[in-house]
Design a protein around this ligand. Structure first.
Ligand code: GDP
Ligand code: GDP
Length: 438
């Protein structure tokens, strides 16, 4: 169900970003459909053989002194151990083994997480290949010599990574209990909400030991229905470096979202909605997860009869790419509308799993085309033969068309809107794919 997470860890300048960009490939350069969400290249999707997974670069900042480098590497390793399914530990053949490499290797070994040891900058084969053997000393098994700069050796390293993924058991039913990640920037009230929910009389709680050291999922029964809440708070280690705190909080959010079916995106009513909120919500949108926007601390704002509309308006402007997400005004402090939040979650779960029969879908399609003719270019007109829904979570539709070049974003969006008008799909992103059929 959820995509495995592979975390990249290593000293500054060993080539983590170079590797990251190579693995992420062209995908980073294509225009993304999440306007306003800046790409800081912390995470990306990778396809290798039949596997698809998410890579996260935990590095990013470049401390200057040896002490700080070691501290930063320890923090990286800790976050990777905490969130990743497999860790790629990157070292540098040109710099050789360093003291901090040994220390981090020891941490990784003790964690018992699968680690793939990568030795980068093995650009030419003969001599450097011998130097790679030295890295056996780290006690992390076979070192994979690669060159991120020219792409050699990557195949073997990736084979080693995917070999650690849990086998995909075919035909096995996914468990039906919705998994919910509460996300949002620090201090919006995530823990308060969880605590409030857990404190309700009607709620029966049991903790599910997580696969990772700190993550503990909570199984909640509310009005007879079951939900699993994924903890995003995790370890709250104090770091002195602001960029580090921010980066790690995004890494944590990505990991939690990856494991979730839907998110409750919390925003702070007192502060209003900001670009930082847009960035966090955008992660859920891009990953095809359902979303409910919870405007929290509603108890603390001065209200008149228009306050809600005004707030709604700014939410929809700032999160323009996810106008499908329902908005609930809550107070984690007083418990106001927590009922409503659960009702909304139930609705989104239903919509994520909704399947529309091909017949009905095509009636909508033909009506849509009659109302608004498909675009043409240089005398050639786009033809859409038919459309079918290929999957749920998120609902994904394939349009069979004559020529991909003619399928403009705006027309795809138009069809999507027609589908939404007819069937709702409130709370879930929709994916539209085009396939040529000549
Ligand atoms: P990071 O700090 O770990 O993210 O490292 P970068 O990706 O920024 O790379 C640091 C430096 O190493 C840059 O100058 C890269 O061009 C260089 N570099 C990265 N990969 C390779 C490689 O495979 N071979 C060589 N020769 N240089 C590389
Ligand atoms: P987190 O960092 O997102 O987990 O946020 P916390 O749950 O720790 O809350 C941050 C602060 O906001 C705390 O001081 C809470 O008491 C306060 N807070 C949380 N929810 C509400 C709310 O609904 N109303 C008010 N007035 N304060 C809240």
């Amino acid at each position: 169900m959820s995509r495995p997470i592979v975390a990249i860890v290593g000293r500054p300048n060993v080539g983590k970003s170079t590797l990251f960009n190579r693995l992420a490939g062209d995908k980073l350069s294509i225009v993304q459909d999440t306007p306003g969400v800046t790409r800081d290249r912390i995470y990306a999707d990778v396809e290798w053989l039949n596997y698809s997974f998410t890579i996260i670069d935990t590095g990013g900042i470049e401390p200057q002194t040896d002490d700080l480098i070691l501290q930063h590497m320890r923090n990286q390793a800790e976050i990777a151990i905490d969130t990743a399914d497999v860790i790629m530990f990157i070292t540098d053949v040109k710099a050789g083994l360093t003291d901090s490499d040994f220390k981090v290797a020891e941490m990784l070994r003790r964690s018992r997480k699968p680690v793939v040891l990568v030795v980068n900058k093995v650009d030419s084969h003969e001599k450097l290949q011998y130097d790679v053997f030295e890295f056996y000393n780290l006690g992390l098994g076979d070192p994979y010599g690669i060159s991120s700069a020219n792409g050699t050796g990557l195949g073997d390293a990736l084979d080693a990574v995917v070999a650690h993924f849990a086998p995909v058991s075919e035909g096995e039913e996914e468990d039906e209990v919705p998994r919910i990640a509460i996300i949002g920037k620090p201090n919006v009230g995530k823990s308060s909400l969880i605590n409030k929910v857990l404190g309700e009389d009607r709620v029966i709680v049991s903790e599910i030991a997580g696969t990772t050291r700190d993550a503990v999922d909570t199984d909640v029964r509310f009005d007879g229905k079951e939900y699993i809440f994924i903890d995003t708070a995790g370890l709250r280690k104090k770091s002195k470096i602001k960029e580090e705190i921010e980066r790690f909080s995004i890494v944590r959010t990505v990991a939690a979202i990856e494991r979730a079916d839907l998110v409750v995106m919390m925003v702070d009513a007192e502060e209003g909605i900001t670009e930082q909120d847009a960035k966090i919500a955008g992660i859920a949108h891009e990953r095809g997860k359902g979303a409910v926007i919870a405007v929290n601390k509603w108890d603390a704002v001065e209200k008149d009869d228009k306050s809600m509309y005004r707030f709604l308006d700014t939410v929809q402007k700032t999160l323009a790419y996810m106008t499908y997400a329902p908005v609930v005004f809550i107070s984690a402090k007083t418990g106001q509308r927590i009922n409503k939040l659960f009702e909304t979650i139930d609705m989104v779960v239903q919509n994520q799993n909704l399947r529309v029969a091909t017949g009905v879908l095509n009636e909508i399609l033909y009506d849509a085309m009659a109302m608004n003719q498909p675009p043409s270019d240089k005398g050639k007109r786009l033809k859409i033969f038919y459309m079918t829904q290929v999957s749920v979570k998120p609902p994904t539709f394939v349009l069979f068309i004559n020529d991909k070049e003619l399928m403009h974003f705006s027309y795809t969006r138009y069809i999507e809107n027609q589908i939404r008008e007819a069937f709702g799909f409130k709370g879930t992103p929709i994916r539209m794919l085009a396939r040529e059929r000549k």
